[in-house]
Design a protein. Structure first.
Length: 131
């Protein structure tokens, strides 16, 4: 599970442009990618191993993901690395739980519907809101 998760997440993150100003494209790509690997997610869910996937997912992300954080986002954080780790935990935690819920529903919604749900639930998500 750890090796497969590491491999899948690493491949997912390679082409991701976190500077993108179009969050809808980022989320669509994310959920389309995992839809192609839904059998793996389905097996994790059915065997009560989704937490193992999520733990490995955050570890891989902490090694490779860097969001474009501005100074005003560092308020209360001791340093940039600490804020980056909090940011990764927030984003990966939310996306991981959405993947788990999607697996629970046996992927009944399309990847684009799930991406749209994020934007509906958090309409302020955009690069401009990060800047």
């Amino acid at each position: 599970i750890l090796y497969r998760t590491d491999d899948l997440v690493s491949v997912l993150l390679e082409p991701v442009d976190f500077q993108s100003r179009d969050p809808k494209m980022l989320y669509r790509g994310f959920f389309r990618y995992w839809y192609r690997h839904r059998q793996f997610l389905r097996l994790l869910y059915k065997n009560h191993l989704f937490h193992v996937f999520q733990n490995e997912f955050i570890l891989v992300c902490n090694e490779s993901m860097r969001y474009p954080l501005q100074e005003q986002h560092l308020a209360g954080a001791r340093n940039r690395l600490q804020m980056q780790l909090f940011s990764n935990a927030f984003v990966v935690g939310g996306l991981g739980q959405m993947l788990k819920q999607w697996a629970e529903e046996d992927f009944a919604s399309s990847p684009d519907e799930i991406a749209g749900a994020i934007l509906f639930l958090a309409p302020g998500i955009s690069q401009e809101s990060v800047e």
